[in-house]
Design a binder for this molecule. Sequence first.
Ligand SMILES: [Zn+2]
Ligand SMILES: [Zn+2]
Length: 307
Amino acid sequence: MGHSATDLSETRILLYYCFTPIEDPTAVMLWQRALCEQLKLKGRIIISRHGINGTVGGSLASCKQYVRRTREFPGFKKMEFKWSAGSADDFPRLSVKVRDEIVSFGAPNELKVDENGVVGGGVHLKPEEVNGLVDKRGDEVVFFDGRNAMEAQIGKFKNAVVPDVRTTHDFIDELESGKYDHLKDKPVVTYCTGGIRCEVLSSLMKNRGFEEVYQIDGGIVRYGEKFGDSGLWEGSLYVFDARMHMEFSPDAATIGECVVCGAPTNNFYNCKNDECRELTLLCDEHAADPCCGREECTAVSATASSP
Ligand SMILES: [Zn+2]
Ligand SMILES: [Zn+2]
């Protein structure tokens, strides 16, 4: 098959996931690794009994081939690929691995999937349907953040509940703590960056007695593409690459606050204490001496800067 000059000179990144039963994850892993090597794609792919989750980059021609070939696996036939700017150079290497879970909630035996995706998850809402639900049900609707609490410091749905979690592994304890029992008979809309974490979170919530659970199709990314900063979203979106955050429009509110002085900021910095490295919100001025503020970190810096 011939390629146009554009296909060969341009590059892209593909982001995708799919929940579908995979009988033999190792076989799929070996096939995917060989395919990516052949197409000179780099990135990260995780395969489990429940599906696949990947980000790969390379030439436009290779990305097109990858999509076509990957969809040949029956379970991946309807998988959606999100195309974005970038190239293989955005990744250090190619990593294709089998894990217990494609998103690690620590519940590999609880999650059930069939050929239609997660079994017993939330009702999928398109961005406009999210607004429709809020128009109809008003303040009764609760937005429930499916990300790490840190991510919500710079952006979240207005009045969202932000669970106290450092990683997705903390969600089960958090849900079982009783803190959210008053939400169990309310319409709850879960959301995360691209939708994958909510696929699992919604089913964990339903299994624990949350009766009316929704999730946003395509996550914050798709909602933001549709409504920018004129809808129910507020602030910046935390992203897992060198940019660290992105805004949907020039009107984005800055809701983050410098931990030292409270000035508005959406910039995270690693704490300068190498033992800590905690991502910390700081204004430009306090970023010059980045510290999370914990006593042991402040102390370390004092020692380090003394003659
Ligand atoms: Zn400051
Ligand atoms: Zn620290």
